[in-house]
Ligand binder design. Structure first.
Ligand code: HEM
Length: 259
């Protein structure tokens, strides 16, 4: 990039990608933390976690759908929807086709409810001089506060039978109602559903991520059979996060569409 800046005839085209944007910004700065290769690489690793690992983590818990007592019906209802929607859209996944995957959307939203990445959400550092909560608890400046995501996700006040994985909890009202409800899909955050956080800093990548996760799972349903686990392998704790076990082995095979 420096050679190109010095000599525009230098035989190299600058790519339009994140690494290039980041390096270009670093040329405007001087501190070691903003210019060293180590720190640039570190930011890529962080971005990979923020944008890619999270997506893989969200795909994983859909195994819940295979663990419910009703797994066979849930899987065939999801597969039927994927086949129907893909057919209606001439065999191509487009944004509008993916938006029609309402049952799958619900099954993923429900997975994220019962198996969110962390037990806590909305971690924030208190920057003001401190305050007192209505229950009398004094919160000092610089303390870190947050809310208990699991506490909310498993609260009967918000969810009927909160400990039950009900794949179509969110799509059932939409499929049954004359006017479909639109406020409980995978990208809609609320104070009762926090996997993408909520409010000003709610994940801006969630629209992209939701499309990705739905396409990955729809294609898996269409092309493969996955042998259900007898029991779900336990999650692994990383700090205060709880993620799918990366060492667990799954049996997977191509579907025999002639059968
Ligand atoms: C399933 C996948 C994903 C999950 C579960 C997820 C979850 C989250 C969560 C919980 C936050 C914290 C918000 C807060 O502090 O209140 C966040 C922030 C953020 N996410 Fe995601 N995310 C995902 C995918 C992505 C993708 C694909 C991108 C970018 C392409 C992305 C970009 C961001 C950014 C830039 C922030 C910071 C927002 C801010 O502080 O204002 N995320 N995400």
């Amino acid at each position: 990039m420096k050679a190109k800046a010095a000599d525009p005839t230098y035989p190299w085209e600058e790519p339009d990608d994140f690494i290039t944007w980041m390096v270009r910004e670093s040329f405007k700065r001087e501190t070691f933390h903003e210019t060293s290769v180590y720190h640039l690489a570190y930011r890529i690793v962080l971005l990979n976690f923020g944008g890619i690992t999270t997506t893989s983590i969200m795909v994983g818990p859909i195994q819940h759908a295979r663990l419910t007592p009703d797994a066979a019906n849930v899987i065939s209802a999801l597969r039927e929807e994927a086949e129907r929607v893909l057919q209606e859209h001439n065999g191509e996944w487009s944004k509008s086709a993916v938006a029609k995957l309402r049952r799958l959307d619900s099954a993923i939203r429900e997975s994220a409810r019962v198996s969110a990445i962390g037990g806590n959400a909305l971690a924030r550092r208190v920057k003001i001089d401190g305050f007192t909560l209505p229950n009398g608890l004094a919160v000092a400046k610089n303390s870190t506060i947050g809310v208990s995501m699991d506490g909310i996700h498993f609260d009967e006040a918000y969810y009927d039978h909160p400990y039950v994985y009900d794949a179509f909890r969110f799509s059932r009202p939409r499929e049954e109602a004359e006017k479909p409800r639109t406020n409980e899909d995978l990208v809609t955050t609320s104070v009762h559903w926090l996997p993408f956080s909520h409010g000003l800093h709610a994940c801006p990548g969630r629209f992209f991520a939701a499309n990705n996760v739905k396409m990955i799972l729809a294609q898996l349903l269409l092309d493969y059979e996955i042998r259900p686990f007898a029991t779900r392998p336990p999650n692994v704790a990383i700090g205060d996060m709880s993620v799918v076990p990366v060492t667990a082995t799954m049996m997977i095979r191509k579907r025999d569409l002639k059968a």
